[in-house]
Design a protein around this ligand. Sequence first.
Ligand code: ATP
Length: 321
Amino acid sequence: AEVVDGDDRPRRVPPGTPVTARAPGKVNLALRVGGLRPDRSHELVTVFEAVALHEDVRAVPCARLECAVAGEGAEGLPTDERNLAVRAALLLAERAGVPPRVRLEITKQVPVAGGMAGGSADAAAALVACDALWGTGLGRDDLLALGAELGADVPFALVGGTAVGTGRGERVVPALARGTRSWVLALAGQGLSTPAVFGELDRQRAAAGDGDPAVGEEDVRDLLVALAAGDPAAVGAALVNDLEAPALSLAPALARTLEVGREAGALAALVSGSGPTTAFLVADREQGLDVAVALTASGAAADVRRVHGPAPGARLVDVAR
Ligand code: ATP
């Protein structure tokens, strides 16, 4: 396998060498939710952007399967088969026909249950790290297929960048996106359960007597045009999230968070995925500082991070980084 060093130079590492894989968190620039599928998940069309808040998973040779978690929100997280990284290692071992012998050391930056797919990033990083440690010989497409089995957001964490997701979000095609974007993320004190937010959307739609809308790529076309042009104001105008209304109904305080960021000059503001993280698109560093300071000073955010996108998908990195 290849490890990318500090100067982005690839370096080969033989199987059996401890390795660290890094995978990004995401924001959904567009998230359109359609009807329920036979498997009870919703049909989606989404545009993901990977951002530079990342998860590191170090895979170290070990006589059995072990897992330890450190960093953002690590305290409450399981380290047994309920952990998505552990599940990823077990699935890869089974399919590759190797014993699941690894110690996984997870370092989290992505908030837990924050709507930024941190667990999915852990699964993607675990796949890449264990694949290198065990020398499975599986290809990129095999890892993508395993990722889709683990969770709808895992394939995107492998691919990274800016991409369109369809199906449950697991079918990922890179988008033509020019330039980079600056984001301010407002982290909330508590998480929101993704199934609860989808359930609230279903309840709101039923109460309004609306059937489930059909969703298709035409629903994100304006955004894709703006991304291809690299026009931040047009990108801002095209941001959309069908989960925003149900997330606001379950966490009403988020409405003020969005308002504070908009008043401080953000180009656009939206709930990230199923929330409660909110994302603010800013034109430059100065605007980012204004928005971050306003969010912090108002108490409307428990914590604030300034990040850029797009970030690369899951890959091996030098441990020193
Ligand atoms: P999404 O945006 O994909 O819905 P999220 O960012 O809202 O995800 P996660 O932090 O990925 O939420 O995971 C939510 C739940 O999954 C947590 O409540 C946690 O108990 C469980 N979980 C299992 N493994 C992990 C992991 N490695 N990191 C975080 N959560 C995990």
